[in-house]
Design a protein around this ligand. Structure first.
Ligand code: AR6
Length: 189
């Protein structure tokens, strides 16, 4: 079950808590790595819930158009297979180094390129995990400001997707997100 916590930007950005593999809508975004062949965290959960066909689809991408893998900041779509969504949009976030290695630009690109794929596909509801804030070590408060800016910017320019659902696995992470926006003065208190 995914629980709604807060609606921002007239209900087009929704802050939610739960397991993203439970999402019902058009697509979920995967916080993947460049290899695209699965991993831990949300990537592992998505592959487990989607079934082996997802891994096979990723293998085909690697054997075809993505022989070198998917560079950080980019995104690619596969079907959702056993998930309750039409598609999985695999996005590669930055590995946090020192904050001076283009991480912020790369994180924004990962969100924007995912949204562009969703818009092109005509999707209305798309769910994101907090890309790069797990194993990849991106500071959560900074990720809040950067991901929100990217999503808000894109939705301001595009009617699709209608809604971006930001799904946090931990309630404490959703709170960090909302507090960071309030602190930065970019969201409601
Ligand atoms: N639903 C929603 N969010 C989740 C779920 C879930 N089921 N499981 C974890 N999260 P991470 P990254 C949250 O580490 O930092 C993988 O091995 C988690 O609490 O999954 O982008 C990939 O293969 C955290 O807030 O992704 C890559 O190698 C967020 O998802 C690497 O990790 C992201 O944590 C990517 O690292």
């Amino acid at each position: 079950m995914i629980e709604g916590l807060r609606a921002l930007f007239g209900g087009r950005i929704l802050v939610e808590v739960g397991d993203i593999t439970d999402f019902r809508g058009d697509a979920i975004v995967n916080a993947a790595n460049s290899g695209l062949l699965g991993g831990g965290g949300v990537d592992g959960a998505i592959h487990r819930a989607a079934g082996n066909e997802l891994l096979e689809a990723c293998r085909r991408l690697r054997a075809g158009t993505l022989r070198e893998g998917l560079p950080p900041g980019q995104a690619v779509m596969t079907p959702g297979y056993a998930l309750a969504v039409k598609a999985v949009i695999h996005a590669v976030g930055p590995i946090w180094m020192d904050g001076k290695s283009g991480e912020r630009k790369t994180l924004r690109a990962a969100y924007e390129n995912s949204l562009a794929i969703a818009a092109e596909a005509g999707f209305r509801d798309i769910a994101f995990p907090a890309i790069s804030t797990g194993v990849y070590g991106y500071p959560k408060k900074l990720a809040a400001v950067d991901s929100h800016a990217a999503v808000l910017g894109f939705l301001s320019r595009s009617a699709l997707p209608e809604r971006a659902h930001l799904v946090f696995f931990a309630r404490t992470d959703a709170k960090i997100f909302l507090d960071a926006l309030a602190e930065a003065g970019v969201g409601p208190p």
